[in-house]
Structure formats: structure tokens, C-alpha cells
Design a protein around this ligand. Structure first.
Ligand code: RB5
Length: 167
């Protein structure tokens, strides 16, 4: 499980400034996923793509679980998931311990998902968002730090509930 403390006030990025990012999508999101990968590379991040790689129909839980497990187990710093609406992927990802997956629709929800919720997975709807906006959202999400303080207290309550329910 991802044991990273959430009561920090400081930056949550590695000293290098670059993240290991695991990315996944179903057939409703693969096209946007392919557009996001060059941006991540350009920003200097390390990418692991768990698929899917084409429009053939697949089941989003397979890819959502792969990404969420990698982040939950600390094998990746952050995750990005894309399906048609983003809804299925966010339901799946949030089943994993330590995952705070945020389904974002615009720059405001994207920024707040980091500042208030310390989201470690960004979820996007490939059939909902334009490519230009989606790429800007990814950039903002990766550059925005968690604010800590009262927000850390709230995340700590979520973590405690998770521990009580899941052990
Ligand atoms: C696939 O048709 C679609 O259901 C999926 O991409 C996603 O939107 C589920 O929430």
C-alpha cells in the first residue's frame, strides 16, 4: 500500500521534479491517452503505458486496476486514466487503498483536485473533453501542489476510515 504521509505541507514531487507516471485507458479513452503520452515525455516524466492501444472493445476495470495498483503499491508516483466518460475508471481506481482518483472536467476541478484532495490519479473522459483542454489539464495537474493544512486533516480522516474498513 502507498504509505506516503499525507500531512505534509511541502511539495509532493520527487527531488528530480519528474514523476513516474502510469497511464491506462479503454477503447473510449485510448486516443486521448496516445495524445497525452508525448506531452508527458516533453515535460520530462517517465511513462509506463498499461494499454489499451487501439479501438477494439475492452473492459475498463482491467486497465483501471492496473494503474491504481501501481500507484497504490508505490510502483508509480502518479496515474492517469481515460475511459469514455471517466466515470468507470474513477469508480475502479478508488477501490484501491491509498488512491485518490479525481474525475476532472475543467481546469478548476483539475487544480482543486491537487490543492485540496492531493489526487494521485487524474481521470479524464475521452468522449467528453476536447484534446486541447485535456492536455492543458494534464499540465496543470502535474504542476499543482497539495496545499496541506486543513486539507491534510480531511485526507487523514479518509485514510483512517480506509484502515478501519479494509485493515
Ligand atoms: C465504454 O463504452 C464506456 O462504457 C467506458 O469507456 C466508460 O465510459 C465507462 O465508464
Amino acid at each position: 500500500m502507498n504509505k506516503k504521509p499525507i500531512d505534509r505541507e511541502g511539495p509532493s514531487r520527487p527531488a528530480s521534479g519528474c514523476f513516474k507516471i502510469v497511464i491506462g485507458a479503454d477503447h473510449g479513452g485510448w486516443e486521448l491517452k496516445e495524445a497525452i503520452k508525448p506531452l508527458l515525455a516533453e515535460l520530462g516524466h517517465q511513462i509506463e503505458d498499461v494499454g489499451t492501444g487501439n479501438e477494439a472493445s475492452v473492459d475498463y476495470p482491467d486497465f483501471g486496476m492496473a494503474v491504481a495498483s501501481a500507484v497504490s503499491q508505490g510502483k508509480a508516483d502518479r496515474g492517469i486514466l481515460v475511459c469514455g466518460t471517466g466515470i468507470g475508471m474513477s469508480i475502479v481506481a478508488n477501490k484501491q487503498p491509498g488512491i485518490r482518483a479525481a474525475l476532472c472536467h475543467d481546469l478548476y476541478t483539475t487544480r482543486l483536485s491537487r490543492e485540496h484532495n492531493d489526487a494521485n490519479i487524474l481521470v479524464l473522459g475521452g468522449r467528453v473533453l476536447g484534446k486541447g483542454l485535456a492536455l492543458e489539464m494534464v499540465t496543470v495537474w502535474l504542476e499543482t501542489e497539495f496545499l496541506g493544512g486543513r486539507h491534510a486533516r480531511r485526507l487523514e480522516k479518509i485514510r483512517e476510515w480506509e484502515e478501519r474498513l479494509c485493515g
